[in-house]
Structure formats: C-alpha cells, structure tokens
Write a protein that binds this ligand. Sequence first.
Ligand code: NAP
Length: 507
Amino acid sequence: MDASKTIATPHGNHLVAGEWVAGSETFESDPASGPRFSFSVGTVELVDRACHAAEDAFAGYSHTSRAARADFLEAIADQIEARADAITAIGTQETGLPVARLQGERGRTTGQLRLFAQHIREGDYLDRRHDAALPDRQPLPRPDLRMIQRPIGPVAVFGASNFPLAFSVAGGDTAAALAAGCPVVVKGHSAHPGTGEIVAEAIKAAIEATGMPKGVFSLIQGGKRDVGTALVQHPLIKAVGFTGSLSGGRALFDLCAQRDEPIPFFGELGSVNPMFLLPQATAARAEELGVGWAASLTMGAGQFCTNPGIAVVQAGAAAVKFVQATREALLKASSQVMLTTGMAAAYREGAAHMADRAEPVISTDSKGREALPNLYKVDASRWLADPSLSEEVFGPLGLVVHVDSPDQMVDIAKALKGQLTATMHMDDSDTELARQLLAVLERKAGRVLVNGFPTGVEVADAMVHGGPYPASTNFGATSVGTLSIRRFLRPVCFQNIPQGVMPDDLA
Ligand code: NAP
C-alpha cells in the first residue's frame, strides 16, 4: 500500500458529545513524514463540557444491557475497519511506524474491542455473589445479600504515543471502560492527532448506528498541558487510564490523590524488563540468546513498554559469547524513526547518561528523529550502587549486568524496582536457581516469563500488563486483557432489594 496516496486533510476538531467542535487556537502536527496539519488546541472549557456530557450519558449508558454494549463495541471495531486505509495512511506518516505495524495494531485494536464484547456477554466479570437470607438465624436473622460489579462513572483516558491505535483513542483503556458501562473522555496524544481524529469518527459512527447516548465518548485534542490537568481534576471524572512517562504519570497521579475526592489513577509507566540468563542456558545457547535479545530490543525502535533493557548474566566465557552475539546482531540493525522528536532527544540523553556510567559495547550517534542501537556493560556492584542504571531508556538501548555468582543474580533481582515483566532464560539444570529467582521476581513484576522475550503482549484473559510501582501506579490492576475491565468497576452490595427494583444483571 502506498500510504501517501490516500491521505485526506483532517478537519482538526474535537469531538464533544457527538459534535465536532473547532477551537480558536490551533497547533500543528509534527509527522515523521508527509504534510503537517492544523488541529484545535484543547481547552479547559471543552474538558468541562465533555465531562458534563459524560455524566449525563452515564445515567442511561450504565444501565444499558450487556448485549447492547457488546453490539456497540463490535460496531466500533467494524467502523475502524471501514476506515482501515485512511488510518494506516495518516498513522504511518504521523508516527513513522511501518505500514505492517499499523495494520497489525489495528487488528489488535479491533480484536480487543470484540474480546470485550464477548467478555461482557458472558458476564463472569460481574462476579455475582449471593448470600441468601436466613430469617430464622439466631440471635439475629441474616438479610438477603447480593453483590455485583457496577460501572464507576466517567473515565478519563490518556492515549499513549507508542501505540497510536491499541493504547490510544479506541485502545484498551477505552474498550475496557465502555465495556464496563463507563462513558469515556479521551485526551488525545499530540503525536498522532490525525489518527485519533479518524478513530473518533469511527466511534461517533458506532454511537449513531447503535443509538448510544452521544456523551458516551468525547475526544479532546492536546496541545496544552492544562487539558490533561483539568481532566484528571474534574469532579465528574471517577477514574483515569494512562500510558506514558513516569514523570507525566506521577504528576497526574499526584493530582488525582490531591483532589477533594481522590480517584484511582491507573498509570502504566516505566519498566526496564530485566532478563536473567541462568548459567546452563547461557552455556548452551549464548549466541541464540544474544541474537534473540537484539531482535526484541530493536523491535519498533525499542519503543515498547516491555522492551527488555537489561540482561543479567554470570561473567565468564559464555557471557563473552552472549555479548559478542548481541553486538554483532545490533550492528546489523538499521536506523529507525522514533515516534516524536522529543523521544529521539530523550533517547540520546539516556544513552549519554549510560555512557558516563557503564562501558560502551556499541555507542552510536543518532541524528534528528532517528535511533540506532546502543549497548553497554557494567559489573553488578556498580549497578547496585547506582540506581540511575536501572531507569528506563526508551529506545533500542541494552545494558548487560555481569554478576560473579548465582547469589549475586538473586541480589540484582531483589534490588529491582517494580517491573511490567521479568524474564528467565533457563535449562533443566538451572531449576534450583530459577526457583529462588521466581520467588523474588513474582514480587517485582506483573508477568514473569521463561525462555522467551517480553515484547508482544497477548490480549487474553490471563494477561497481566501492570506491576508494582513504577511499572504502574496500581499494582492490583492490568491494562491489557479482560481483567482490565475491573479498573472501571466497583462492587456494590444489594441488601433485601425487591426483584422489581434489582439491577437487571441480578434480577
Ligand atoms: P508523556 O510525556 O507522559 O505524555 C503522555 C500524555 O500525558 C500526553 O497526553 C501528555 O500531554 C500528558 N501529560 C504528561 N505529563 C503531563 C502533565 N504533567 N500534566 C498534564 N498532562 C500531562 O508520555 P509520551 O509523550 O507518550 O512519551 C514520553 C516518554 O514517555 C517516552 O520518551 C518514554 O520514556 C515514556 N513512555 C513510556 C511508555 C510505557 O509504556 N512505559 C509508553 C510511552 C512513553 P501532552 O502531549 O500535551 O504533553
């Protein structure tokens, strides 16, 4: 597909409760290639309108049947597919991501919407519980108690820059909230406003086709920080879904906690996704592990939250082979375009920081919005003494940490902050050490995996994409998979409620 041929000029407006709304001020998109377009800057006044519309919609939408909401989610998926070429055309230009990646991500996005449709039709997520009345119980009778999960209220979603479809306007957070019965106000990411606009058009069309209340979805384009701030502080917003930087996420999390009525902030933030190469596995397949790591590290220019940035390996001949194989594979990788100019600059700063503290194995000089891989190595004692070496550098940068013993490998695991993932590469004879490590890693990460690479997050019932802080701001939640719906629900106990009054899901 020639993406440049099909591109149409975006109108650049916000979508507020079913209407396209222009603003007086505009900002220009900053695409990796192709023309720049103008988009209306979001305002605090528009945030307020969208939140009020969401609250108005909540009364009806939260009581729609699960079947009706499932139809709505499927209609959004259909409408996205109907705009497939237009989305890919502008998406590739805005983000610099290749056509195949955008197409794959679109499939993931529509698949996610359909998975949630199926999930709510089945209804297990309601977690229905019933303690029947015991009128004759002594000394006191027991009332009839029924519990289900009910939607929390209007939800704010911050689209992620690195997944312009699957974690953005109609991404996982939006799908989970709409499935739960919560209206959504999205703060669009200014890295892909044109892509966001077309996806919002798809949601608008689905709202009209299925007769959902118009305030159930609004998109406020970015452009200014006060939009995000106003959104998380708005009294009608009851929860926030966010994917992005640790600093931005933490600032918004703190604002949520400081509100008169604090609300949950489900932030998915930074992670270095450590890999532990256990001795027998390293001895058996050092080259294979190095080649595999290089491929995972450079996938999507390293702009994945699950990018495995650190490899922990016992010093020795096998480690030398592993580093050599990683180096050779990384040297073959070509330069890739990063999602934004700011990210490319942050990547260069991260590499410079690393170069001052660790020994370079590959040290590259990337220009403009391009990124080439970098590889460093450091001894465990040095890594343990310098917490900045455990911070995420967003991009294709790897750090090898050399330990002198299996015990020191466990010490490294114990020193880790919260992670989205932790990986062990092991053979049968590594089982004893793997058991020790697993006991530590399960406390550190949302997902622990063996003999694989963490990039590529399956959207499934058993998936956990979260973890202790700073991987996420809420260790009990996941932002991928059907369990992510729980973020936007709260349990309500219905005591002695007559059948005619009971919510439909309990009646
Ligand atoms: P970001 O800077 O955290 O921005 C994410 C969203 O939050 C944007 O819509 C941004 O608005 C808003 N925002 C951030 N700080 C805010 C504040 N203090 N007040 C109000 N709104 C705020 O993340 P990004 O632009 O996606 O990427 C920047 C860095 O984040 C990357 O270099 C990378 O290190 C990290 N990142 C991590 C992940 C991950 O999965 N862990 C994913 C993506 C990015 P504006 O656009 O208007 O500023």
